[in-house]
Design a protein around this ligand. Sequence first.
Ligand SMILES: Cc1cc2nc3c(=O)[nH]c(=O)nc-3n(C[C@H](O)[C@H](O)[C@H](O)COP(=O)(O)OP(=O)(O)OC[C@H]3O[C@@H](n4cnc5c(N)ncnc54)[C@H](O)[C@@H]3O)c2cc1C
Length: 395
Amino acid sequence: MIDSINEDALRQSRVSAVGEGVAHLVCGIASRHADDVDAEARFPVEAVDALRRVGALSAGVPVELGGAGCGLAELGDLCERLARCCGSSAMVLAMHYSQLACLVRHRRDNPCIEAFLRELVDEQRLLASMTSEVGTYGETRASLCALEARDDGTVRLRKEATTGSYNAQADAILVTCRHTPDSPSNDQRLVLVRRDQATLTQTGGWDTLGMRGTCSPPYRLDAVMPAEQVLPDPFDEIASRTMVPYSHVLWSALWSGIAADAVARASRLVREQARAQPSRLPAGATMLAEVSARLQGVQHAWRTVAAHYDRAAADPSAEFGMDWALRFNHLKVDVSTGAHEVVHGALQVLGVSGYRNDSPSSVGRHYRDILSASLMISNTRILAQSAAILTVLKG
Ligand SMILES: Cc1cc2nc3c(=O)[nH]c(=O)nc-3n(C[C@H](O)[C@H](O)[C@H](O)COP(=O)(O)OP(=O)(O)OC[C@H]3O[C@@H](n4cnc5c(N)ncnc54)[C@H](O)[C@@H]3O)c2cc1C
């Protein structure tokens, strides 16, 4: 009893320390460099170094392994806060946390993964993901590449990825693949590949409208690693219980952060107009109210799903069946669409001062970043999955 009280107190103090570190140090640094990161399409090295300094990269590691033990809702708060300053930095953090959750929640008693998690805490290691593959057309639940078992207890993996965010800057990458060369495309595994175990060849560029700082070009990976680095659970279980819940909620959190900053810029302008002519309601005030209401809906949507997930995930036997899959799909489609509408609405309130790239009220970066939300796992693809679920789900 005492131990669990002490552990909870320790957890709370670590969660608060990380939250304060992100709010007081990381956000300021990320804001200062956000425009340059975007203009140069360069990795947000300053923000990620600051995340390391405040121990934020291990926020999702359980307390007993040295982390802060943050749940999904708490990680979402960190991503949302950072996204108000720099969308690319927040996307890096959200993708890192999604991969980290896969290791934490599916490590079973694998000593190799536990040792890596302790090292991640000490060294603040950064994780990236490689699920996309040339030839699978955005379908994450199918792989062409396969693990090849070798006589010395290692496995070899070769993969051609279409999009690999900060794969070159990460300390390790979680890669999906077929279990064996004879497995069907949907018999997948997730493998932890350390950077020093892989040859990574960049096979294209990353010159995009938005999310430019995520540095996500195509890559060819050729890696050899101990077989223990293959997570024991099949990937379909990891995806439904952890990867999809974490990525859809954390992406939603950061998209709502981008939208919130656009609304903050619009609010600033409306307040200035109200001060200049106190007797008149500024022209954009009613539209601002409409946009604020939509933003509140978007924020409420991800927070509600995150809180429900944290409660359910506390029970290790909890099932994450089709009803949950539908909720995570609906959340992703709803928030990606809603956050875009909010940024668009904020731009209407701001007018040309928001449209200009050289204005302090500019929402150009926000607009370009938020355009990726509906594509990052295409909403059309997700709606097609949801449609299939709805044809069989009762109630
Ligand atoms: C900023 C950003 C960062 C990313 N980072 C990573 C990363 O780190 N690692 C990684 O592995 N991947 C990453 N991705 C890729 C992502 O995971 C998806 O693989 C990718 O967004 C899908 O790309 P696509 O549009 O080419 O593919 P598709 O999903 O095939 O979509 C192509 C077109 O087909 C349509 N379509 C697709 N499916 C259907 C369907 N069932 N019915 C009807 N129409 C359909 C879509 O509407 C779309 O027009 C990233 C993507 C972005 C935007």
